[in-house]
Design a protein around this ligand. Structure first.
Ligand SMILES: [Zn+2]
Length: 180
């Protein structure tokens, strides 16, 4: 949605005549564009600096929106040496940033950016775990069980029974067999 400019930022609301001001509600210092909301707002820039892969450091805060998103989604690094691909963490962090911003705008409450970062790590860890192939459970192999007559006895009585615990009804079945 961000690549299609379909996110209703304050700047977009202002452009449509839905808001008097286009100033970011979190920092009150710049217009709230999509890139400002996701990347450039001083309220979250420090968190990005803690986590961005070294390969992206040089261009991270300079790239225009489309290039920025695509560079991050195609980056093959893992997040901070963990097993989480950077692209997965990037998407979850963006989502959590948008959610945090909306909590502030609509509910006048907001978690700290470090909480948002930890939520994103937790989400991406879970998503990555779900992506891993799992070995299907082994199908149960039916085993043929049959009565073997004993060489020491002439007759055998096999009994089985069952009870329905709700109704209290039960039944018993028996089979009397000879050696032959
Ligand atoms: Zn801001």
């Amino acid at each position: 949605m961000s690549l299609k400019y379909c996110i209703l930022t304050i700047q977009e609301r202002c452009r449509c005549g839905l808001s008097q001001s286009s100033i970011c509600p979190l920092c009150s210092a710049n217009e709230e564009s999509i890139l400002h909301m996701m990347r450039d707002c001083p309220s979250m820039k420090g968190s990005w600096l803690k986590v961005i892969p070294s390969a992206l450091t040089r261009s991270f805060f300079m790239a225009p929106l489309f290039d920025w998103v695509m560079d991050n989604l195609t980056n093959k690094d893992n997040f901070l040496g963990m097993v989480i691909p950077w692209a997965i963490f990037f998407l979850t962090f963006i989502w959590q940033i948008w959610k945090r911003r909306n909590c502030f705008v609509f509910n006048d409450s907001s978690h700290g950016i470090d909480d948002t970062l930890h939520h994103s790590i937790s989400w991406s860890t879970h998503i990555e775990a779900c992506r891993q192939p799992t070995t299907p459970p082994r199908a149960r192999q039916p085993t043929l069980t049959m009565w073997q007559p004993s060489i020491h006895v002439q007759h055998c009585l096999n009994i089985d029974a069952s009870v329905d615990v709700l109704s209290g009804l039960g039944s018993v079945v028996g089979v009397l067999r000879t050696r032959e």
